[in-house]
Write a protein that binds this ligand. Sequence first.
Ligand code: ZN
Length: 209
Amino acid sequence: MIRLFFNLCKCFKSIKYNNDYQIHLSYVDNASLDIIPCPSCGTEGNYHSCGSYTRNLICYTAGQVEKHEITVPRIECASCAHSHAILAPVIIPYSPFSFHFVISLLYDFITHKFSTVTALCLEYDISISTLYRIYRRFIEDKKLMLGMMDAASTKACELLDKLFNANSFRFIDGLLHDFYRSNKASFLQARCRIRLSVNTLQATHTSPP
Ligand SMILES: [Zn+2]
């Protein structure tokens, strides 16, 4: 998997920062791989296209759940022959839910926007067990995120407030990038990483995220 993140990708300028589907489309169209090192061998920019795969991306945009089938391009490193998927930072590996879908869901859950958990899950079209699974993952990753922000006293609600109300995707992208570099896995990623060694993660490269 290759994640270029905002500062390496010439896009997003005209896109509302929380429209994850549009961010994905712009990312795929504009991503530049020239200076990106291969995650497996470190060689820079020596790739060729090796097809693509489709996956679901469920977004929450302007108060509506949107379900998209997206195409994720794959590239192969000419030096080591490992293949990598190119994922926009708003795609959470191995999860159908987009980044802003999850942040919005958690924000509404923690701030009790809906009178019951059932009403919340109906709004987002998910099961209650899915909600709690996402919440547990967030609480686990929050500890890592807060450590990076040097703000151990920050509560879950405060972190979500930063992520939910940020007026620029650049700010969020910086946090996501730092998290990825520190933990070798994405924020809120389901199939985990911190419990796996880097070598194990690299060995799973053939499983599309
Ligand atoms: Zn390589």
